[in-house]
Design a protein around this ligand. Structure first.
Ligand code: NAD
Ligand code: USQ
Length: 402
């Protein structure tokens, strides 16, 4: 297949590009390198020494013999460039990773709220509009989030996108009110401006699938952990990014890094939040499976829950502390979120299509040794606290012992 990877320089997009190129698909990355610019603005850097994209691509060609193309396009700002690219390169599929993906960054200031909405909603809408205008039959695969559902499930398992409901038609002409079965998009409950943009994306997808018969797959992904995939380990110049700072670092990778540098693990609040997780190696495999199993023309949006395990944050902290010998500290929660939640998720679609999950118990120690300890000298400990707050004037999450 010819596959365009929008956001292919990012944490998920880069290993996905390598994985698909390794399978001999023809891959072109489309990116505006905004993630690297945000690092400069925040004055932080990836724990791992990521190379410029040109060097990454040259290293991959040297190592694999396969070439990955690159187009510098801001897909939220430059619609014409995106359309020209689709028309001239004519991809069979587009994988859309190109959004501002950090919840804390999205809540940092009025500017970052507006940037996140403008960037993400326009990026997605421009892509859908350009696919229609191109006249090409392109399968769109989007990286969405488990966070569209919210995390309170009242004991039920979260289905893959659609909820079975029964509507009571009180005013029907029948004597007994009729019960009409329906499937609706699972009601959304986003917890940040970032997550809210993914809710808006969902409605754009539903509309374009219905109105223009676009073939769309939306992957409701949990929190990624890990750094390496089979391909990124082949040469240090191919290394993936590893965010640990208070805005972009996600919880488990932060804990792994904090353990490696001897910083108390920053559990927000009671640590009672339960979240869904997936290893980065499984993420690239899921993207491959989604590309190989597109919806048919005229189908509704195909939604997969892309996660393999759920864990409570304080349990994760205890697990990492036990493996790596770290201390755990409860810090004031900078976010507005439930103190405790249960989370049960259906993820049968990927398992049925052959996904064999990497479990935390197998991979955690390897990750601490190969990444967190190896690059700990590059860490700036001042950038660990999560200082973006959901409500004004709240104390940010700095451990009292630091
Ligand atoms: P990332 O920030 O590392 O990568 C995003 C890439 O998109 C960057 O290279 C950035 O430069 C590019 N980009 C952003 N806006 C763009 C624009 N307007 N035009 C062109 N390029 C643009 O993020 P990531 O962790 O790789 O996440 C990728 C996707 O997966 C996101 O949509 C995110 O919501 C989703 N996701 C990520 C996680 C996770 O744990 N990292 C979990 C669930 C879902
Ligand atoms: N948390 C801590 N301590 C920390 C960091 C986080 O206790 O040092 C807690 C947070 O309060 C939250 C949970 O851990 O309850 C998860 O936080 P996170 O930053 O790991 O994840 P989140 O903000 O939800 O965002 C990440 C990605 C996002 C993706 C989402 C998937 O950045 O792109 O959409 O995971 S999901 O969580 O399933 O919605």
């Amino acid at each position: 297949m010819k596959i365009a990877i929008l956001g292919g320089d990012g944490f998920c997009g880069w290993p996905a590009s390598l994985h698909l190129s390794d399978l001999d698909h023809e891959v072109t990355i489309v990116d505006n390198l905004s993630r690297r610019t945000i690092d400069e603005q925040l004055q932080v850097q990836s724990l791992t020494p990521i190379r410029p994209l040109s060097e990454r691509r040259a290293a991959w060609e040297e190592v694999s013999g396969n070439r990955i193309g690159f187009e510098f396009i801001d897909i939220a700002q430059d619609y014409e460039a995106l359309l020209d690219f689709l028309r001239s390169w004519q991809p069979d599929a587009v994988v859309h990773f190109a959004e501002q993906r950090a919840a804390p960054y999205s809540m940092k200031s009025p500017r970052t709220k507006r940037y996140t909405v403008d960037n993400n909603v326009n990026a997605t809408h421009h892509l859908l509009c350009a696919v229609v205008e191109s006249g090409l039959d392109i399968h769109v695969v989007h990286l969405g989030t488990m966070g569209v559902y919210g995390y309170g499930t009242a004991g039920m398992k979260i289905p893959e996108g659609y909820l079975d409901v029964e509507v009571r038609a009180e005013d029907s002409t029948q004597e007994q009110p009729q019960r009409i079965p329906q499937q609706i998009l699972y009601p959304t409950n986003p917890g940040s401006i970032y997550h809210m943009t993914k809710v808006l994306d969902q409605h754009l997808f539903a509309y374009y699938a219905k109105n223009d018969a676009l073939r769309i797959t939306d992957l409701h992904q949990g929190i990624i952990w890990g750094t390496h995939t089979e391909q990124t380990q082949r040469d240090e110049r191919l290394i993936n990014r590893f965010d640990y700072d208070g805005d972009y670092g996600t919880v488990l990778n932060r804990f792994l890094m904090q353990a490696a540098v001897g910083y108390p693990l920053t559990v927000h609040g009671t640590g009672g939040q339960t979240r869904a997780f997936i290893h980065i190696q499984d993420m690239v495999r899921c993207v491959q499976i989604a590309l190989e199993n597109p919806p048919a023309t005229g189908d509704r949006v195909k939604i997969f829950n892309q996660m393999t395990e759920t864990h409570r944050v304080r349990d994760l902290a205890e697990m990492v502390a036990r493996i790596a010998g770290a201390t755990v500290e409860m810090v004031p929660n900078p976010r507005h979120e439930s103190a405790e939640n249960e989370l049960h998720v259906v993820n049968q679609a990927f398992l049925d299509l052959g996904l064999e999950p990497t479990t935390l118990s197998e991979g955690l120690l390897r990750e601490v040794e190969q990444i967190a300890r190896r690059y700990r000298d590059r860490a700036d400990l001042d950038r660990i606290p999560a200082t973006s707050t959901w409500t004004r004037n709240q104390q940010a999450g700095v451990p009292s012992s630091v």
